[in-house]
Design a protein around this ligand. Structure first.
Ligand code: IVH
Length: 682
């Protein structure tokens, strides 16, 4: 070995040593909360590694501890499909609901064992981390997705990397010990600890910005920040709670899964317990409530999961949530504050809603300055007067409400009577109230507030999911007369958008692409987007499943409509009323003319591609990504966002990137569009 070679050899060795050492100390500090060296010592070793890597840039690997930060700010986030939907949880608010759930679990479980694992319900946001085979036989973090709409999330990998409790790589030894394949997925919750939240708000205050409302929003905002350096400074924490692999579950149950995650180096929340009955659940809940204030991060309840995976499988899912888990939400928290004013807003249906403007007060971890007052009757019944002291209540995500007016020596009554407006505060037309209804409504079809709210609803995430169609944009589109109803969105041009405030060519194109993408959202979402009274997500889905096209839905009689599970006379009447209006029929025609897909996926799925997983990359000659995905899924196949050994085929188009390289590396067969279509034909 020459002197130069020896020096190179030593550097390689030292780099490996330092990486292993830094990973070990990161784990001690960020996962186990038990540091063994000072921050200064850690920084010193990190600097040594940085210097060595700077001298040998060819040796830098993405899982090196130096690579947590240093990414360039991104220009936006790419969307990717979840391997399996990310679901939500059903809630229980009291002992009785918990007992009901336990009873159902036992009924459905039959002879299978019923044990439970209780965990904290962390108040953060869920993310999915995909690990893929690394060259050395281990696994490395390849993709981090937000929950998004549950089906499709956003790729926030660069930001996830900065979270120190997320291992960037898992050594081969550990995988073997736990009998884990090199490709797997870990799901859990990203939270912002209270300390970080306070710090953030001090910073914001210093910059003259309004404070973030709560740690969960702050964490969500942070993860979607385009500059990873900012994310790194926020010190988010990731708690793992699910481990998914293709096919078989590895561990037999939830508690064993949490053990496995711990062994893999993930941070798992220590407050968990295996138990048999509701009594033990109630004890766990009570002790958790007592510790709540001293945890250092926010929780909004307790999650109880049926432990055994076999039993979970038997219990299955209802629409959006597993039957084998429940979230026990803590009781509402209350505070007393003063009513400063009452503000009226006009909703999408024209309904006038009064909102209490309150002196800001801290309740259950957030600052509250507004509360809903429901309607005119509510104000009257409460006898609310501006200046009154009121008790407000907040439970979980629900908008805070006013529960009573306080009157004592310290809390004298207010003086200023509030009179409910007789004109719409936005368009100034007289408002009307139907006989047996509680609400005042603006019935002017051209009321700008109604149009604005309808557009916002149409673009909302769980409706047409048009990202970027927020309040500021919608208001400008309306002010400039570019849009009068939702169908106008589909005729917008780049030139029109570029003129908007804070819009460049790039953002204009992005928004247009989002609008274009929404055309494929399908019948259920369009039906919801139309804003028919009483028709929410579930009803819209059932209508789509039943009728299959907008034409069939519009032609349906009351009787036919009421064959749908959720539809009774009240809803069928609302639907008939809606389509009886010529303006609404015209709206549907315009959507049709804009090629908005108003058909529903067939309920019966064929199974030619069952068991196969596809990864799409690059631009296909005729199919959009969504088209290709829909076709594959309709044939029973799965589409995944990342390439792994489990990928059956990769479908590559023009400008396919690293995924294609990866596929070659793993010897995964590559199809072009024609190949895919051929396969679908068979
Ligand atoms: S299990 C299908 N476990 O609560 C199972 N979720 O209301 C859903 N969450 O979206 C996830 N702590 O973001 C689970 N220990 C925990 C959790 C937890 C917080 C969140 C999660 C989920 C939401 C559902």
């Amino acid at each position: 070995m020459s002197g130069k070679e020896r020096a190179q050899h030593n550097d390689v060795k030292r780099i490996e040593e330092l990486r292993a050492d830094l990973r070990h100390h990161e784990h001690l500090y960020h996962v186990l909360d038990a540091p063994e060296i000072s921050d200064a010592e850690y920084d010193k070793r990190m600097n040594e590694l940085k210097k060595l890597e700077a001298a040998h840039p060819e040796l830098i690997t993405p899982d090196s501890p130096t690579q947590r930060v240093g990414g360039k700010p991104a220009e936006g986030f790419v969307k990717a499909a979840h391997s399996r939907p990310m679901l939500s949880l059903d809630n229980a608010y009291n002992e009785e609901e918990l007992r009901d759930w336990d009873r159902r679990v036992h009924e459905l479980a039959g002879s299978l064992p019923v044990e439970y694992t209780a965990e904290l319900k962390l108040d953060g946001l869920s993310v999915a981390l995909h690990y893929e085979p690394a060259g050395d036989g281990g696994a490395r973090l390849a993709l981090g997705l937000t929950r998004g709409d549950g089906q499709i999330g956003e790729d926030v990998t660069t930001n996830i990397r900065t979270i120190r409790s997320v291992p960037l790589s898992i050594p081969k030894k550990l995988l073997q010990k736990l009998r884990l394949p090199q490709a797997f997925e870990v799901r859990g919750e990203v939270v912002m600890p209270e300390k970080g939240f306070e710090l953030l708000n001090k910073e914001r205050e210093a910059q003259g910005l309004p404070p973030a409302v709560n740690p969960r929003n702050a964490a969500a905002g942070t993860l979607r920040t385009l500059d990873p350096n900012i994310v790194a400074a926020r010190r988010l924490v990731f708690f793992a709670y699910f481990l998914l692999t293709d096919g078989e579950y590895l561990a037999t149950g939830q508690n064993a899964t949490l053990d496995a995650l711990t062994a893999l180096g993930f941070r798992v929340n220590p407050h968990r317990e295996k138990m048999h009955d509701v009594e033990a659940m109630l004890r766990f809940i009570a002790s958790t409530e007592q510790q709540r204030a001293t945890l250092g991060y926010e929780i909004d309840g307790v999650v109880i999961k049926v432990d055994s995976h076999a039993t979970q499988l038997r219990l299955g899912y209802t629409g959006r949530a597993p039957r084998w888990a429940i979230a026990y939400k803590f009781a509402a928290q209350q505070a007393v504050t003063q009513l400063e004013d009452i503000m009226i807003t006009v909703g999408r249906s024209g309904k006038l809603t009064p909102t209490a403007m309150l002196t800001p007060v801290f309740v259950g971890g957030v600052t509250v300055s507004r509360a809903t007052l429901h309607n005119a009757d509510f104000i009257e019944r409460m006898g609310l007067v501006i200046g009154d002291w009121v008790r407000i209540e907040r439970s979980g995500d629900v908008i805070p409400k006013v529960v009573e007016v306080i009157e004592d020596a310290q809390h004298p009554r207010g003086k200023l009577r509030f009179s409910f407006p007789s004109d719409c505060p936005e368009c100034h037309n007289p408002v009307v109230r139907e006989e047996d209804e509680a609400d005042w409504r603006c019935v002017n079809a051209d009321c700008p507030a109604k149009i604005r709210e309808t557009l916002l609803h149409f673009g909302a995430r769980d409706v047409m999911n048009i990202e970027g169609l927020g309040e500021a944009v919608v208001s400008q589109l309306l002010d400039r007369g570019l849009v009068h109803h939702v169908a106008d969105l589909y005729t917008l041009t780049e030139e029109q958008l570029v003129g908007l405030e804070r819009f460049g060519e790039k953002s204009a194109r992005t928004l247009l692409a989002e609008i274009e993408r929404s055309k494929k959202a399908g019948l259920a979402r369009v039906v919801m987007g139309l804003g028919i009274r009483f028709v929410g997500e579930r009803t819209a889905q059932q209508l789509a499943d039943e009728f299959g096209s907008i034409d069939a839905l519009m032609a349906a009689s009351a009787e036919e409509l009421e064959r749908v599970e959720e539809v009774g006379p009240r809803i069928s009447e609302a639907i008939l009323d809606f389509f009886a209006l010529p303006a609404n029929v015209k709206l549907v025609e315009s959507l049709n003319a804009a090629s908005v897909d108003m058909t529903a996926e067939k309920k019966q799925r064929s199974a030619e591609l069952a068991g196969l997983t596809f990864v799409l990359t690059g631009t296909l000659p005729t199919l959009s990504r969504d088209d290709a995905k829909q076709k594959i899924e309709a044939a029973g196949g799965k589409v995944s966002g990342s390439v792994s050994k489990k990928t059956s085929y990769i479908v590559a188009g023009e400008e396919a990137g690293s995924k294609l390289d990866k596929a070659h590396e793993l010897k995964i067969p590559v199809l072009d569009e024609a190949g895919l279509l051929e396969m679908l034909k068979k």
